[in-house]
Design a protein around this ligand. Structure first.
Ligand SMILES: [Zn+2]
Length: 70
């Protein structure tokens, strides 16, 4: 007698792109959108320490202190 909810629930809008979400990726429409949301969540939650690895590629600081130009 009990009706089993085998049907997919009414499609909700994906919070990322606004497309109808799929039950497989709820509440997102695709794995990609889920990944994007995860990335946003991680960015907003975790505070990444500013390591000077990204900026300084392989350039040593200019030795201005030497002042050998004089
Ligand atoms: Zn989406």
């Amino acid at each position: 007698m009990a009706e089993i909810e085998d049907k997919a629930p009414p499609a909700r809008a994906c919070p990322i792109c606004g497309k109808p979400a799929l039950a497989k990726f709820r509440p997102f429409c695709s794995a990609r959108c889920a990944d994007i949301d995860l990335g946003r969540w991680l960015k907003g939650s975790y505070v990444i320490p500013g390591e000077p690895l990204d900026e300084a590629d392989d350039v040593p600081p200019n030795p201005r202190e030497s002042g050998r130009d004089h």
